[in-house]
Design a protein around this ligand. Structure first.
Ligand SMILES: [Zn+2]
Length: 434
């Protein structure tokens, strides 16, 4: 990183991220309803291509202590038959360890606009280490484990913090059997909403039809989910939890509900660093499984209030205060614009389409953010928050609050959200089937 603690955001490849928890219980089952109709008038996409892009080439990091590229795993779906074509995965993933301060590193996986490649944090002192998150597959997590060994030789990983329980942040827990695994109590209470490895494997073999299946295969078809034995957190907390790693003070902060029900951030005050988990997507539109967006925006303010200068997103390159503030402003903006449409009785699919057009337009400050179809998840969260219901009716669930997570209770509703996102992606890319 640069001397002032700012991290090379000029090289910032947009992230991507996975969190397929939103498909809870749905993978392989097929969509629960017909695809929404967006009607005529698909807007032109002016800002960005819809296909993969060469993130890896932008990944050279002059301050990297440990770096490498690896070829992604192309597995089950590609073996399942000609009918199941796995779209191109990132051919290479830029994987590097980024020193932030003495004894503090970010481990980054940068793979363009793909889900499933998250970041981790390492804090080491006095022969012990704390890890912020593990990864989606065992292969990814083994690379992370090797990076820990390289950065802090001989240090024992005594603590693994799961910022939330989406698989891309915890499926690798088993590779640290001697560690105490910590998350918020709210995360653990909501664990039933999370998608386990088996449904991911199932969707690779038998994806749902239509845009939903294509979307899921594109982002999850190339991962190898074999051998994963889920290790749930063994320690939970509410509010905050101070920890020590050797002589280094670390503060766990519960800031959800936001991305999920109980998001946790990890503040290292002496280093001026916050590992944000998926409260911060840097360079992509955020995926909103829970919300409300108002609470998420407030969570960004809480992280800024730490005074930290460096923020490691759950996905994407390291960031500074202005980058995180931009996410906060985006969340407020989307909340207000979606709320206007909810009040006017606009169906959520139409509201998502309108916001997509606006936010990807040439005048938008977010034109370069990847994965704009996730706007659909944000709109759905606002409609839940306001009690408008996922279908835009007045008889939807009650209003969400900052105290009650907006996680959809019914699997069908969550599947609707993911389906809307997948349809929005194809509609936006101009390849939708209508
Ligand atoms: Zn994630």
């Amino acid at each position: 990183m640069a001397d002032d603690g700012r991290m090379d955001s000029s090289a910032a490849p947009p992230p991507h991220s996975p969190d397929a928890s939103g498909t809870t219980g749905s993978a392989g089952d097929g969509p629960s309803r017909t695809a929404p109709s967006y009607g005529p008038g698909r807007p032109p996409r002016t800002g960005r291509p819809s296909t993969t892009h060469p993130t890896a080439e932008r990944s050279a990091e002059r301050t990297a202590e440990h770096s490498g590229k690896y070829t992604t795993e192309r597995t089950a779906a590609s073996r399942a038959g000609a009918a199941l074509t796995v779209p191109p995965a990132p051919a290479e993933v830029a994987c590097r360890t980024h020193r932030l301060a003495t004894g503090v590193w970010a481990h980054l996986q940068l793979a363009g606009d793909f889900w499933g490649f998250s970041n981790a944090g390492i804090v080491a002192d006095g022969g012990e280490a704390l890890l912020v998150d593990t990864y989606f597959t065992l292969a990814q997590t083994r690379r992370l484990r090797a990076a820990v060994e390289s950065a802090a030789p001989g240090a024992q990983v005594r603590t693994v913090v799961n910022t939330h329980l989406n698989g891309d942040h915890c499926f690798g827990n088993q590779l640290f059997p001697g560690a105490e695994c910590v998350t918020s109590a709210a995360n653990l209470r909501a664990a039933a909403h999370e998608l386990a490895p088996a449904p991911f494997r199932a969707l690779q073999q038998q994806p749902p039809p239509g845009a939903l299946g294509r979307y899921l295969l594109r982002h999850f078809g190339h991962f190898d989910f074999s051998g994963i034995e889920q290790v749930p957190p063994s320690r939970t907390f509410d509010g905050s939890l101070p920890l020590r790693v050797g002589a280094v003070h670390v503060e766990l902060m519960e800031v959800g509900p936001a991305h999920t029900a109980g998001d946790v951030a990890v503040h290292v005050p002496e280093a001026g660093v916050v590992f944000c988990g998926d409260v911060f997507f840097h360079g992509t539109h955020p995926v909103v499984w829970a919300g409300p967006l108002r609470n998420w925006a407030s969570a960004c303010d809480r992280l800024l209030d730490t005074g930290a200068r460096t923020f490691i997103p759950g996905h994407g390159p390291p960031a500074d205060r202005a980058d995180l503030a931009a996410v906060r402003d985006y969340l407020w903006y989307v909340h207000e614009r979606a709320a206007e449409r909810a009040a006017a009785g606009t169906p959520p699919e139409a509201a998502a389409r309108e916001l997509y057009t606006e936010l990807t337009g040439p005048q938008s400050p977010y034109v370069d953010w990847e994965l704009p179809e996730r706007i659909g998840t944000a709109v759905a969260a606002v409609y839940r928050d306001l009690g408008t219901g996922a279908q835009g009716s007045a008889d939807g669930p009650g209003p969400g609050t900052a105290e009650t997570s907006g996680v959809p209770e019914a699997p069908g509703e969550l599947l609707d959200v993911v389906t809307m996102m997948a349809d929005l992606a194809e509609w936006g890319a101009g390849s939708g089937e209508r």
